[in-house]
Ligand binder design. Structure first.
Ligand code: FES
Length: 146
């Protein structure tokens, strides 16, 4: 699996969120994830489902620290689109990023849009109170305890 390179698209003046070109729409096959590298080093796993919905979640599996979610198995649980990590088979909702196995674990979800023939991903995730956000975890770890 390769991580797609990206080019920075023109930033919209109406919003502070930047968008990057992820890949042409025709590159995405239903159920086959694609890893996309954002300018800040985050990896995003991009999916399209058979009903042509686009989803983007963290590529980092919070259980193993491996960037493998894009290689996960897409399915659904009670109608909720999901991806199962290929490592330990933990299942996450593609719409919310929530782990359906571990209540306090979730993936960031990223806005996705189609611009002409191209799929674009926002450079910042949907806002969450995410305990497992790597950046927040790092900050807490760096602060240490007295
Ligand atoms: S830059 Fe990724 S497919 Fe064109």
């Amino acid at each position: 699996m390769s991580v797609l390179a990206h080019t920075t698209t023109q930033e919209s003046s109406e919003t502070t969120t930047g968008w990057i070109h992820a890949c042409p729409q025709h590159r995405l096959e239903p159920g086959i994830g694609l890893a996309v590298l954002l300018p800040d080093g985050h990896q995003v796993a991009l999916f399209t489902t058979r009903d042509h919905h686009l989803y983007a979640v963290d590529n980092l599996d919070p259980h193993t620290g491996a960037t493998v979610i894009s290689r996960g198995i897409v399915g659904d649980r009670a109608g909720e689109p999901t991806v199962a990590s290929p490592m330990l088979k933990h299942v996450f909702s593609l719409t919310t990023g929530q782990s359906l196995d571990t209540p306090d674990v979730r993936l960031n979800t990223w806005p996705v849009r189609v611009d002409g023939e191209n799929v674009q991903i926002a450079t910042t995730p949907h806002p969450t109170q995410n305990a497992s956000d790597p950046a927040q975890s790092t900050t807490r770890a760096e602060q240490g305890t007295p």
